[in-house]
Write a protein that binds this ligand. Sequence first.
Ligand code: ADP
Length: 329
Amino acid sequence: MANHSEKIKKLAVYCSGGDAPGMNAGIRSIVRTALSKNIEVVGIRGGYTGFLEKKFDELTRRGMANIIQRGGTILKTGRCLEFLKSEVRVKAAENLKAEKIDALVCIGGDGSFNGAHALFQEHQIPITGIPGTIDNDLMGTDRTIGFDTAVNTALDAIDRIRDTAASHDRLFIIEVMGRDTGSIAGFVGLAGGAEEIFTPEFPLSLDKVIEKIKKSRERGKNSSILITAEGQKPGRAYDLAEQIRKKTQLEAKVCILGHQQRGGSPTAYDRILASRTGSQAVETLLQGRCDLMIGVRGDDLVEVPFADTFKSRKACPKNLLDLAQILSL
Ligand code: ADP
């Protein structure tokens, strides 16, 4: 296996796509691991837009002080639709070469890894990645950085809402993030004792849900919490509340947790995951392997080809939803 430790003199790190708590812990780990091996490090600001606008900043050991506990990303992140065009990626590669950047580490989700894979395939720039998204929807890794924090943030809100739901005998519908996957909804639903969990991948019959609510009211349970992932349309909880009202006369209160789930200080789990994967992303490049994500399975770090991370989307585990159903009866 080729050893690239001699070849890589300057490494760049960037965040891309949606922000996730723990990205800063990842940046810190990548930067300090590289510096400890006498590799210069540059931060590229604002995702792939930064490649095109040459937003390159030198990163230092000191500059990484006091960021491990901060949510968001000091490098900023973003979406750059132009980057989907190969001619635009030619320009990006030229800018990297002009800056003498030998290798890259990407912190992002499946879209960002698609871009990283294209850059490697077309321009042979060695790139590794670490999974940074609150959605936990990447194939090849048990967890993504930010997911644990988002789940705990949502759970905190649900516990508070449960207090008021119980005091007023109310039905609450709480909407959490998750466009294509219901992992946040599933984990939060199980941990928060929700009666029903609506996910994009395992649709529920509303009539059956209503039947269950009616039965639990007959048994004397007067407050209920339903969790829904936002799905393709944020505000879906209002549609559900309206449909329940029409069919049952029951007034459902709606709470949309929204962007607060993205922010806040990362949990210990997310900081540790980001620190471990970030450091390994640098080591793997130095050992001559690239075009892959560092993920986690069980307690072990694993290398997953970028192409396998975006082939399909990881769904919320069905057995978790089934368990939540049994336990909420
Ligand atoms: P995430 O990485 O969190 O999934 P997005 O799907 O929004 O976020 O992707 C982030 C960015 O990655 C996009 O704005 C674009 O710049 C780049 N990207 C996404 N898909 C591709 C693709 N097929 N080819 C090249 N670049 C892509």
